[in-house]
Design a protein around this ligand. Structure first.
Ligand code: NAD
Ligand code: TYD
Length: 351
């Protein structure tokens, strides 16, 4: 079996669902169930013996060490993290605790377990660390996309904490020989995305008749990847990635934020027109910019394509249509995640 951490979050849940749709290798899913963790995203696995869920913290060494000995996973895929840049600006402490201290403790537990394995199991064991393109910092408008050689220049508490975790993972390979792999991926979107991030927030606010808050001039650029393509990239790297290597993952889809918001409005205008006949674009509101806002991210995923033959299956057009349709088809999931804590965050951030 494999141990997946953070498997009740957006990407983790999509990865677990995809993994078990591909084959029968069981998943031990360790997730703290913070505000971002949601077992409803895994509802279709209810009663499925291939999925074992444990609520807990990656930083709880006793718990993690016990689980490793009990379940003997052949690999760990580490998704668990605090992941929202705006939250990291309001309160960086949780990011330091989970992303840095938590990853360190997880690495320590895994190192002890790995050291106890036989030679063959040690050689085939993998620790795959899921990271972000944000560790590379911000690009000038015409600069080439980030390759794996790009300098680390994190600018937010979130990206700095992820950068620190990437360095720890690297060090555990060089110092202790732990067989690690690291992936640095661009912005994901798709089903089960918590509506604090750009794409789901815009869909949910549009349908609720609320403002669509675009930061600054809305010309910040991100590279967008459909979440199932991220899951397939991780499977590919886990299967055949070279130990100690880093792989960038991206969708070759650089787009300014306003264009994303316009696309979402156009799709909703077609699929669920407003009752007054106006476009959802009427709800767009430009608001104060994010402090230290990175202007542009772009990922060069050429290494993953050349060396492991991975390419995304979705274009932005096909992926965003599926995503908008998913939110229209799943109003209950959306309603349940909009708890009191969610409403508190939205009112803190958008006052
Ligand atoms: P998310 O915030 O939706 O989910 C994170 C999950 O981790 C939640 O289920 C949460 O309960 C769990 N968690 C948090 N702290 C934990 C702890 N201490 N112990 C155990 N579980 C804990 O995040 P996501 O968008 O699914 O991102 C997953 C990973 O992918 C993160 O490491 C993130 O940095 C990385 N990543 C995200 C994106 C993106 O666009 N969302 C892009 C590239 C990389
Ligand atoms: P986000 O989804 O938070 O991802 P990240 O900051 O990790 O890239 O934001 C994506 C882009 O959208 C980013 O440039 C910030 C911008 N944004 C808005 O303009 N308005 C919003 O309400 C949010 C949440 C984000």
């Amino acid at each position: 079996m494999i141990l997946v951490t953070g498997g009740a979050g957006f990407i983790g849940a999509n990865f677990v669902l995809d993994w078990l749709a591909q084959h029968d290798e069981p998943v031990l899913n360790l997730d703290k169930l913070t505000y971002a963790g949601n077992l409803e995203s895994l509802a279709t696995l209810k009663g499925d013996a291939r999925h074992v869920f444990v609520q807990g913290d990656i930083g709880n060494s006793e718990l993690v060490s016990g689980l490793l000995v009990q379940y003997q996973p052949r690999a760990v895929v580490n998704f668990a993290a605090e992941s929202h840049v705006d939250r990291s600006i309001h309160g960086p402490e949780d990011f330091i605790q989970t992303n840095i201290v938590g990853t360190f403790r997880l690495l320590e537990s895994v190192r002890a377990y790995w050291g106890s394995l036989g030679q063959t199991e040690q050689a085939t064991f993998r620790f795959l660390h899921v990271s972000t393109d944000e560790v590379y910092g911000s690009l000038a408008p015409l600069a080439p996309a980030f390759t794996e050689q790009h300098r680390y220049e994190p600018n937010s508490p979130y990206s700095a904490s992820k950068a620190a975790s990437d360095h720890l993972v690297r060090a555990y390979h060089h110092t202790y020989g732990l067989p690690v792999l690291t992936t640095n991926c661009s912005n994901n979107y798709g089903p089960f995305h918590f509506p604090e991030k750009l794409i789901p927030l815009m869909i949910v606010n549009a349908l609720a008749g609320k403002p669509l808050p675009v930061y600054g001039d809305g010309m910040q650029i991100r590279d967008w990847l459909f979440v199932k393509d991220h899951a397939s990239a991780i499977r590919r790297v886990l299967a055949d990635g070279k130990v100690g290597e880093v792989y960038n993952v991206g969708g070759w889809n650089e787009k300014p934020n306003v264009e994303i918001v316009h696309t979402i409005c156009d799709l909703l205008d077609q699929l669920r027109p407003r009752s007054d006949g106006k476009s959802y674009k009427a709800q767009i509101t430009f608001v104060k910019d994010r402090p230290g806002h990175d202007r542009r991210y772009a990922i060069d995923a050429g290494k993953l394509e050349r060396e492991l033959g991975w390419k995304p299956a979705e274009t932005f057009d096909t992926g965003i249509r599926k995503t908008v349709q998913w939110y229209l088809d799943n109003p209950d999931w959306v309603a349940h995640v909009q708890s009191g804590a969610y409403r508190d965050w939205i009112s803190t951030q958008y006052q």
